[in-house]
Design a protein around this ligand. Structure first.
Ligand code: NAD
Length: 375
């Protein structure tokens, strides 16, 4: 079996795996073909991949010669058109959102895996790209907010007077939100967080932040730990609480998401209008509509004196460590797909393999994706 590593488009600086993963694949009797320049923006040269045992080729040759193609983002139409039925595709292609792409994979009979579909089980943790990349996003979001804010994060008592610490409000306390809380606390800010899942209250408090309680949230144990859509009554109470806290905050970090749906709207423009001029909003959910009504994906806008930064791909801004973690997640997953002879073997009795495989032989294998496309 030959794995092909593809270069991402110009807007993505990560690479799906660094040269350090190549040796482990070769040990598994899998050969590796790397598109020239694939690791360039993550500071991994062609020479480093070659030294690790990979071969380097032009893009068209990698697509032609490799059996199993790996990238980070969803493939574009041109790439999908060039994939023949026997190829295997793996990336983080967000199948709950990119429905048309799933349909094209299905109609072409391709076997495809999407790393964001790895079940969030204890065993799945080592392969969980959502977690590893959200760790980067939460970290970077706070650093960008601190740089943009026209005041300090920590408290300072100086001869020139006392500087009060910044107040940071984190909306959504999943992996990115918890990381953002930890970093904002390390920088000395006072932090408050809100989430519809009451289970996160203890984690928020153990990081030294205050948990904002709103009674009446709907939680569904069948949702696999994810948030579910909330009632109108709850949304109103939630809105009031968020508005009050946002008006006092210097920074709001938005991380709330519901898989396969538009991100919940938590900061309408009326709430932004009441915030202090100079405040900063970072919206990590911008690519799925944003938690803030005024967010624009990949843009910074200033409204009512508040800077609103829509950024859903901070991991691309930290390509070395983000690629390192992504690659390790991929390697751990690939170990479930190859036998000792380096041959591809698809074991649907393994919940991780079945959950991550989206299409195979003209079928949609992943139950969640199938229920959306073929309800
Ligand atoms: P996510 O990116 O889907 O969403 C971020 C956070 O936003 C979540 O905490 C969610 O509850 C919250 N949210 C959604 N709607 C909201 C609203 N209207 N108001 C406020 N908050 C809202 O979440 P994630 O970080 O991917 O984590 C999702 C789940 O997966 C969590 O239960 C987490 O503990 C679990 N998880 C499990 C593993 C594992 O065991 N392998 C790894 C990571 C995460």
């Amino acid at each position: 079996m030959r794995i092909g590593l593809l270069k991402e488009s110009d807007s993505e600086s990560r690479v799906a795996f660094l040269p350090e993963v190549v040796a482990s694949l070769i040990k598994r009797k899998v050969s590796v073909l790397v598109e020239t320049g694939a690791g360039e923006s993550a500071l991994a040269s062609d020479a480093a991949y070659e030294e690790a045992g990979a071969s380097i080729a032009q893009r068209s040759e990698v697509i032609k010669q490799a059996d199993f193609l790996i990238g980070i983002q969803a493939p574009d139409d041109k790439l999908v058109a060039s994939l023949s039925q026997e190829k295997i595709w793996l990336s983080q292609y967000n199948p709950l959102w990119n429905i048309e792409l799933v349909k094209s994979f299905q109609s072409k009979g391709l076997t495809t895996f999407s790393m964001d579909a790895i079940p969030r089980s204890t065993r799945g943790q080592a392969m969980d790209v959502l977690s590893s990349q959200a760790t980067v996003a939460g970290y970077k979001a706070v650093l960008e907010a601190a740089l943009k804010l026209p005041s300090f994060f920590p408290m300072f008592m100086t001869a020139a007077g006392t500087i009060r610490p910044a107040t940071v409000l984190v909306l959504g306390a999943g992996v990115a939100g918890l990381q953002a809380i930890a970093i904002a606390r390390k920088l000395g800010a006072q932090v408050q967080a809100f989430d519809v899942r009451s289970a996160v209250k203890e984690e928020v408090m153990s990081l030294g932040a205050k948990f904002i309680e709103v009674e009446g949230a709907q939680e569904d144990s069948a949702a696999g730990g994810y948030a579910v859509e909330q009632s109108e009554d709850f949304k109103q109470k939630q809105q009031q609480a968020i508005n009050e806290h946002a008006a006092k905050a210097n920074v709001v970090i938005c991380t709330a998401q519901i898989p396969g749906r538009k991100a919940p709207l938590l900061l309408p423009k009326e709430a932004v209008a009441k915030m202090k001029p100079g405040s900063v909003i970072i919206d990590l959910a911008a690519s799925t509509g944003g938690n803030c009504e005024l967010s624009k994906d990949n843009e910074t806008v200033v409204e009512y004196g508040v800077s609103i930064i829509g950024q859903s791909n901070y991991p691309s801004q930290m390509p070395i460590d983000a690629s390192k973690m992504f690659g390790k997640n991929i390697l751990n997953f690939l170990e479930l797909l190859f036998n000792e002879e380096g041959e591809f073997s698809l074991n649907f009795d393994d919940a991780i393999v079945k959950g991550t495989c989206i299409t195979h032989q003209g079928e949609i294998v992943n139950e969640r994706v199938r229920s959306i496309i073929q309800p």
